[in-house]
Design a protein around this ligand. Structure first.
Ligand SMILES: Nc1nc2c(ncn2[C@@H]2O[C@H](COP(=O)(O)OP(=O)(O)OP(=O)(O)O)[C@@H](O)[C@H]2O)c(=O)[nH]1
Ligand SMILES: [Zn+2]
Length: 218
């Protein structure tokens, strides 16, 4: 390999961690950052998730974003959801404060891209994002965060500051032995293409999102 950023350095004894390498990245605001990327093996779901560490300070409850893969939003910048801006915002915060991105290969809340695209078709016929899942024989949300907890533990982290609006993410991680000391909300990235999607997240899964113009429930 020609670039130093892709040089894989094996970690001999760390269980579950396969490689660690420096990755220079461009942030959404134009700044440059650098993260240490970790790949794992032997995770219980057999998938290849990854972690990206910013900074090198060990803190009591490091900032962590557990982000679910959204190829359409994260990679293509789709405006149907808020995943892309959430990922970019997390990278900015992690660059500034240090911490970890835990990137989970949980496309489509765990149903995969093929089924998510089927769900999009149903949404165009009037279903909301969760009803579309159910019409396809899936659950509302099939994500399981066991592998995220395994990755954090392999990185020697059991107490975190979690970036999320999703109460289930916090609850699952805590049930898996990760102490969520604090939750930090993500920004609200709403637009005309994702308004129904965000409304459904508030209604069905109690995401802590306040949409512009909405009255907060007491
Ligand atoms: N099944 C399905 N999945 C979707 C759809 N739109 C986005 N996703 C997936 O939803 C996941 C992101 O979940 P969200 O519910 O947006 O957010 P969250 O991760 O629960 O909550 P935050 O931590 O606050 O971001 C990603 O895996 C996306 O691929 C959709 O219409 N249908
Ligand atoms: Zn998305």
């Amino acid at each position: 390999m020609s670039s130093s950023c892709l040089q894989a350095v094996p970690l001999a004894e760390a269980p579950g961690i396969r490689t660690v390498a420096q990755l220079p990245i461009h942030l959404a605001d134009g700044r440059e950052a650098a993260g240490t990327i970790y790949s794992f093996h032997g995770l219980s779901d057999g998938k290849e998730h990854f972690a990206l560490r910013f900074g090198d300070r060990d803190t009591d409850a490091p900032l962590v974003r557990v982000h679910s893969e959204c190829m359409t939003g994260d990679v293509l910048g789709s405006a149907r959801c808020d995943c892309g801006p959430q990922l970019q915002e997390s990278l900015l915060r992690l660059h500034e404060e240090g911490g970890y991105l835990i990137y989970m290969r949980q496309e489509g809340r765990g149903i995969g891209l093929y089924a998510k695209l089927d769900a999009y078709r149903l949404q165009e016929q009037g279903h909301d994002t969760y009803a579309a899942n159910r019409a396809l024989g899936h659950n509302d949300d099939e994500r399981d965060y066991t592998a995220a907890a395994e990755m954090l533990k392999a990185l020697d982290i059991t107490r975190i500051t979690l970036i999320t609006n999703n109460p289930d993410k916090r609850a699952q991680l805590e049930a898996l032995g990760i102490d969520v000391a604090t939750v930090r909300p993500t920004g609200v990235f709403s637009g005309r293409h994702n308004l129904r999607y965000l409304e459904a997240k508030i209604r069905h899964t109690r995401h802590t999102i306040v949409l512009p113009g909405a009255v907060e429930e007491s």
